[in-house]
Design a protein around this ligand. Structure first.
Ligand code: PMP
Length: 395
């Protein structure tokens, strides 16, 4: 039978690395490859009670079709979170989404025509590339340093490409590099966006998980023209399986997101929305943030101490001040994919960095996740990786 797939379906292929990493879903593999939140923080017992509370309080309404914009009480909670970050939003500025990932998919649907130029960080979040790609944008990559996007490079790009649709950025503890954009750069970014009339998509799933005091204000908090669209999620603070995220932006833009969301899923799972809502009615959000931060910070410390001890000096790495990832740069002659094949034989997995570049190919980088791995396994895995890297360098 002829499959009659669309061009985008024909082009959608699992990467070689993804296939390799599929093999790592075994208990004996130390998996630095996934981007998984720590499972030990998932509130299982609490949710047993909350499910009952929901069914008693909301009955059949918790099972019925619901509004596309989302439950108003959870939107109020999102509004409160935005306010704490210096973002003033009305309920109409907020759309509840099935995770931030849906926010990215809708961003593509709302803005991208084939051939449109969009700017993203080099490297950037792999699943954002995958959300945008089926709409055939022309990706322009902007260089980063330890303070985030290099502003001179960004300005050059928008100057040379006045028709750029949007800049996609992950300012806090970026996935994959763990880099945080400095306050100065955030202000410079909004200034550039205003001067060159570009939109910014600010993707911020990790903001609260800050190991160094209060998180920096989001770029959107400096936005006076409604040109920043802010995406966030409860995936890291509660759990990702409920799939509750949100998009916050100018009402006319959020309306379009809502209209296109209808064609995707009518509305976000109402039971999940109520689960998150009741969880934060019952448990203090600040305490929850502190609890998660404590666990993630300890894991980060264990990973960085092990890297410092076990990795050869030729290897450089980032020191994330929040979030879930460390980014490794190997000597140029080392190919991360070859390293992965060797590491898998030793039951250690990671993602070669190449998957995180929208356009260019960079073969000597690695993303390591610490949140999803137990502390003693982090030590063992990093020791093994260190040996494999040393052998590869000495080849
Ligand atoms: N954006 C970034 C940068 C992420 O790292 C993730 C999760 N890994 C997402 C979006 C998607 O998160 P969610 O679970 O809310 O869909």
């Amino acid at each position: 039978m002829e499959m009659k797939f669309s061009k985008r379906a024909m082009e959608a292929k699992a990467s070689e690395v993804r296939e390799l990493l599929k093999l790592t879903d075994r208990a004996d593999v130390i998996a630095f490859g996934g981007g998984l939140p720590a499972e030990e923080v998932f509130p299982v017992e609490e949710m047993i009670e909350i499910c009952k509370d929901i069914l008693i309080e909301h009955g059949t309404r918790s099972m019925q079709y619901s509004t596309t914009e989302g439950n108003n009480q959870i939107r109020s909670l999102m509004q409160e979170i935005m306010k704490e970050k210096g973002i003033t939003a009305e309920l109409d500025n907020i759309l509840v989404t099935s995770g931030s990932q849906q926010g990215l998919d809708l961003t593509a649907k709302v803005f991208i025509e084939a051939g449109d130029k969009i700017i993203c960080e080099k490297p950037t979040y792999m699943a954002a590339i995958n959300a945008f790609k089926p709409f055939y944008p022309d990706f322009l990559e902007v260089e980063m340093d330890e303070e985030g996007i290099v502003i001179e490079e960004l300005e050059k790009l928008v100057k040379e490409n006045p028709d750029v649709k949007f800049i996609y950025t992950i300012p806090d503890y970026q996935n994959p590099t763990g880099i945080t954009m400095s306050l100065e750069r955030r202000k410079q970014m909004i200034d550039i966006a205003n001067r060159y009339d570009v939109l910014i998509i600010e993707d911020n799933p990790y903001s609260e998980i800050s190991f160094a005091g209060e998180p920096l204000p989001p770029i959107k908090s400096f936005d006076t023209e409604g040109r920043v669209i802010y995406l966030s999620t409860f995936s890291k603070l509660v759990c990702p399986g409920f799939r509750i995220g949100w998009v916050c932006g100018k009402q006319s833009i959020i309306n379009k997101y809502g209209l296109l969301k209808q064609g995707t899923d009518l509305h976000t799972n109402i039971f999940s929305q109520l689960q998150i809502l009741h969880f934060f009615k019952k448990y203090n959000r600040k305490e929850r943030i502190d609890y998660i931060k404590g666990i993630y910070k300890r894991k980060r410390d264990v990973m960085l101490t092990a890297i410092e001890k076990e990795f050869p000096k030729e290897v450089s790495y980032t020191t994330p001040v929040g979030g879930m990832f460390v980014w490794i740069t190997l000597p140029e002659k080392i190919k991360a994919k070859n390293l992965l094949e060797k590491a898998l034989k030793e039951n250690v997995a990671f993602v070669p960095g190449d998957a995180f570049y929208a356009k260019s190919h960079v073969e000597n980088t690695i993303r390591l996740n610490y949140s999803g791995v137990e502390e003693d396994k982090i030590k063992i895995g990093i020791k093994k990786l260190g040996e494999i890297i040393r052998n590869e360098i000495n080849l």
